[in-house]
Design a protein around this ligand. Structure first.
Ligand SMILES: Cc1ncc(COP(=O)(O)O)c(C=O)c1O
Length: 341
């Protein structure tokens, strides 16, 4: 069977996570998060993100984003984010429909917000006719595989706070970012001034589960109600918690994400010199974006799994995961060379 480069969502569950699921699968435990595994995860998240951190486990990343942002916003406020943000392009309108908030998007060619880009959306403050910007939301690592440094995040947090706004981090791939930067999770969240994080488990190797991590100023008071109202309170919470416990034990997340990142770097190195292959984004996490000569992507896709990212430009996305093998990367790179040659 050919390897897939479609998505880290295509990858199987980490063996350690499967073992953790089996290990909690005995006897009766209190439901809805009152179980010992959930308490252990809450403590592990405090150890990672700092003592102020409050964790609320949910079932998927769209919900983590929408429920977190519901907690962060008043009804007349909106979210400044990149046009390419998952929130804007891949959540089926859930922010608008389920969250009821407007997205104030800005074009960001590499997927990254900057203070200058955000400032363009901090306008008409106090004008009752205009949606008021309430949150800046960044994705780390971004949808385009790029990274924010801790300093870049700090500058965005400072700007947000100077305007009485808050900083949200969509960390569906926070593990990839921290592994690539060689920093603890808190260096690109808590210590950079973030107010809330959607901390991804699924793409890191869980079967399902994401953690909303609230980092201060009393947001946690509303969250139990918002999570339930948003249909994200799992009754058998121990099974979500057990997976996170495995991921957060002995930095399994760093090993798994670091491997995925290394495989993307290997792929980029193997194809970047090829005539006809143009890598379109810096390869900083676990994904490579490229443009190929007309018709080549379609030929490769007959045998290898990957997405066409932009139908207009033909840009393709090759994503690696915790289980991507070096030999699969090398075989795919050889297939690319063959196809362009
Ligand atoms: C940046 C980002 N945020 C959030 C998500 C979560 O999405 P889902 O609701 O599919 O778990 C994804 C998944 O692709 C993502 O890439």
């Amino acid at each position: 069977m050919r390897a897939y480069f479609n998505s880290d969502n295509y990858a199987p569950v980490l063996p350690e996570v499967m073992d953790a699921l089996a290990a909690v699968n005995h006897g009766h435990e209190p439901a809805y998060g009152a179980d010992p595994a959930t308490a252990r995860v809450e403590a592990l998240i405090r150890a990672e993100f700092g003592e102020r951190a409050h964790a609320f486990l949910v079932l998927n990343g769209t919900a983590a984003n929408v429920v977190t942002l519901r907690a962060m916003l008043r009804p007349w406020q909106g979210v400044v984010c990149a046009e390419s943000a998952h929130l804007n392009v891949d959540e089926g309108g859930a922010p608008e429909r389920m969250g009821g908030f407007k997205l104030l998007t800005v074009a960001a060619p590499d997927g990254k917000l900057t203070p200058e880009l955000v400032e363009r959306r901090i306008v008409r403050i106090g004008d009752e006719h205009a949606v008021q910007p309430g949150v800046v939301s960044v994705t780390q690592s971004t949808e385009l595989g790029t990274l924010y440094t801790p300093d870049e995040l700090r500058a965005l947090a400072d700007l947000a706070h100077a305007h009485a706004m808050r900083l949200h981090v969509d960390g569906a791939r926070l593990a990839n970012a921290a592994a690539a930067l060689g920093v603890p999770l808190r260096a690109i969240t808590t210590d950079a001034g973030a107010d809330a994080v959607s901390f991804g488990g699924t793409k890191a190797g869980l079967m399902l589960g994401e953690a909303i991590v609230l980092l201060g100023d009393g947001l946690e008071g509303a969250m139990p109600y918002l999570r339930k109202q948003s249909m994200q309170l799992a009754s058998k919470m121990r099974y979500v918690a057990a997976q996170f416990e495995a991921l957060l034990t002995d930095e399994l997340w760093r090993r798994a994400a670091g491997h995925a990142n290394a495989m993307a770097a290997r792929l980029a190195a193997a194809v970047e010199g090829l005539d006809g292959v143009r890598i379109t984004q810096p390869v900083q996490a676990n994904v490579v974006f490229a443009v190929l000569p007309p018709g080549v992507a379609e030929r490769l896709q007959a045998e290898w799994g990957f997405y066409t990212w932009d139908e207009h430009t033909g840009e393709v996305r090759w994503m690696c995961a915790h289980d991507t093998r070096a030999e699969d990367v090398d075989a795919f790179a050889a297939a690319v060379a063959d196809a362009v040659g």
